[in-house]
Design a protein around this ligand. Structure first.
Ligand SMILES: [Zn+2]
Length: 383
């Protein structure tokens, strides 16, 4: 039996891409941290308000953490979520995807949003409380994720005092919910505190014009909930999207792990032969391979698609980028794009562009001949 060859040439598009992306990731990591992006980060210039709502919605319905350790290991959370409003056979739908096999948070949040949109005013607060609990879970996950990075340093100033109180309350509430040591009344009181303090903190942040947002990240899930709920109530979310939510026309896209959320949406649009302009709402800025795919499709007139999203952070995730089936035709061009960013082997200069075989005995002049040659060429030049 033949031994497999060492360093065998990777031939599949997906394999070649993974190999290049792995090398690019290595370039992006410095001091053990992934802080660099090989591609220039970009933001889309024109995003309409309706499109910004899609970004808020995508972020809101992202489940940041599984309820238990066992769930965590089963990947009971979303790393990123993407949403897109489409019309198929005259029917409007909301496409939803994440980068795992199936969306998690969206399946908890969206039915509740549907309930909220359909509820009589007097029943809305009960549904809102359930949604608020999910958002607080996400805040808690963000606190846990960021506290390890020592980003909660108390500056000693009045700034951030409210946010620290809020943080403590969210931690205490979440731990007691996990231990099941909260009676309903305590749970209600704690949630009311968190709600009030998060509004106060938002106010403080605006008033003090705090631009360093890392200490305030935990407010984002609660903020997004308020944005979406208010936009449903005052109908600024848009008639079409509100109708989709009320009817519950949600299309959860399944797929492979590591096919990124926005790529699952693009793959679906290509599969159905959809044409026209689409804005993809994303919970996080896209990575550079996803952005490169979007740019490629926009250049390909045969597809009749014009895609947009809010921007890219320009970085890659190495091998953790799977190319969905309908996107594979752009694989070669992606390989070119990424290959051009790799450092290349610097070629050694040969002594002569003409003669690459090297100096041989028969070609050598004697010193005298050489002097004559030099003299001859100099005198020839004088003529
Ligand atoms: Zn991506």
């Amino acid at each position: 039996m033949e031994e497999p060859m060492e360093g065998i040439e990777e031939t599949s598009i997906s394999g070649k891409l993974k190999k290049i992306l792995k090398e690019i990731l290595r370039m992006e990591i410095s001091n053990g941290r992934h802080t660099k992006a090989v591609f220039k980060p970009k933001r889309s210039d024109i995003i309409r308000k309706k499109e910004k709502y899609l970004d808020s919605l995508a972020r809101l319905i992202t489940k940041e953490e599984g309820e238990s350790e066992e769930e965590e290991s089963k990947e009971a959370r979303d790393i990123c979520v993407a949403v897109c409003q489409v019309e198929v056979d005259g029917k409007k739908k909301l496409l939803i995807a994440n980068n795992l096999e199936e969306p998690k948070g969206p399946k908890e949040f969206l039915p509740l949003l549907q309930k909220f949109a359909n509820a009589e005013v007097e029943n809305q607060s009960k549904v809102f409380t359930r949604l608020f609990e999910l958002s607080v879970n996400n805040s808690f996950a963000i606190i846990q994720r960021t506290s390890g990075e020592n980003r909660w340093k108390n500056t000693g100033s009045i700034k951030g005092k409210k946010i620290n109180e809020l943080k403590k309350e969210i931690i205490s509430y979440s731990r007691r919910v996990k231990n099941k040591s909260l009676i309903d009344k305590q749970k209600k009181e704690s949630l009311e505190k968190i709600f009030k303090w998060s509004l106060d903190s938002s106010e403080e942040m605006k008033r003090e014009n705090i631009s360093d947002s890392s200490n305030w990240e935990l407010l984002v899930p609660i903020d997004d909930l308020n944005i979406i709920i208010n936009a449903i109530k005052d109908r600024s979310l848009g008639q079409e999207l509100i109708e989709i939510i009320k009817i519950g026309d949600f299309k959860y896209i399944m797929g492979k792990k590591d096919e990124h959320a926005e790529m699952k949406i693009v793959n679906w649009l290509l599969e159905k032969g959809q044409k026209g302009k689409y804005y993809i709402g994303i919970s996080k800025l896209t990575c550079s391979p996803c952005w490169a795919v979007i740019e490629n499709i926009n250049k390909d007139e045969s597809k009749g698609l014009l895609l947009n999203a809010r921007g890219t952070h320009g970085a890659t995730y190495g091998e953790n980028w799977e190319i969905p089936a309908n996107i594979e035709e752009y694989g070669e061009s992606l390989i070119d794009v990424f290959e051009s960013k790799l450092p290349h082997e610097k070629p050694k200069e040969s002594t002569s562009e003409v003669q690459i075989t090297g100096v041989t005995q028969s070609d050598l002049f004697t010193a005298k001949e050489l002097a004559g040659q030099t003299y001859a060429s100099t005198s020839a030049a004088r003529k």
